[in-house]
Design a protein around this ligand. Structure first.
Ligand code: GAR
Length: 203
């Protein structure tokens, strides 16, 4: 499989993916021109593209991203610290072939500041989730989770660091499951009809 990574920031998950799949990541895209992830990609000799995400311009962004994915023959898209929502049109086209990682045990604590949300809720455990991406915020079907303890002494930063170590293991593991054909998104009514015909169970 040919991989592309979309990242908005530091790119430590990108680095873990580059280590785990040398030669397979062919393209890194960021909506932020100064994202460290773009520098990491250039250092690794990988095409690094800044695609701006203008206000109200998601369709333009997605068209540019799709063109780059096509040009590079990408078959699996990995969001790694990519802080934008993608449309139902885009995520539908990539259904089952677009993944994200989030720093909580979803469905708990979606969205921004997931580590602070866990602390505020008094959670004893948190962790990370790798999931298929749909048009919602951190709502897609879950592939794999890793838990870490929340310590009484934790700040959002110390908890984030512990979760990040788990992320760097979880993301490559989830990608291996998808590449091996061992993880799938929940079937749609159309999938069920194709599988069972008239005998399709209710969705
Ligand atoms: C990671 O903790 C990732 O889970 C999180 O951003 C960080 C990116 O770090 N993503 C989200 O919160 C998405 N909802 P990185 O740039 O070092 O990989």
């Amino acid at each position: 499989m040919t991989l592309a990574v979309l990242a908005s920031g530091r790119g430590s998950n990108l680095a873990a993916l580059l280590d785990a799949f040398p030669g397979d990541v062919r393209l890194v895209i960021s909506d932020k021109p100064d994202a460290a992830a773009l520098d990491r990609a250039r250092e690794a000799g990988i095409t690094a593209a800044h695609v701006p995400f203008p206000k109200g311009g998601r369709a333009t962004f997605e068209a540019q991203v799709q063109a780059l994915l096509d040009t590079h023959g990408v078959t699996l898209v990995l969001l790694a610290g990519f802080m934008r929502l993608l449309s139902a049109d885009f995520t539908g086209r990539w259904r089952g072939r677009i993944l994200n990682i989030h720093p909580s045990l979803l469905p708990a604590f979606p969205g921004l500041h997931a580590q602070q949300q866990a602390l505020d809720a008094g959670a004893a455990w948190s962790g990370c989730t790798v999931h298929f991406v749909d048009a919602g915020m951190d709502t897609g079907d879950i592939i794999l989770q890793k838990r870490v303890p929340v310590l009484r002494s934790d700040t959002a930063d110390t908890l984030a660091a512990r979760i990040l170590t788990a992320e760097h293991e979880a993301y490559p593991q989830a990608v291996r499951l998808v590449r091996a054909g061992l993880a799938f998104p929940r079937p749609t009514p159309d999938d069920l009809r194709a599988e069972f015909g008239d005998q399709a169970p209710p969705h």
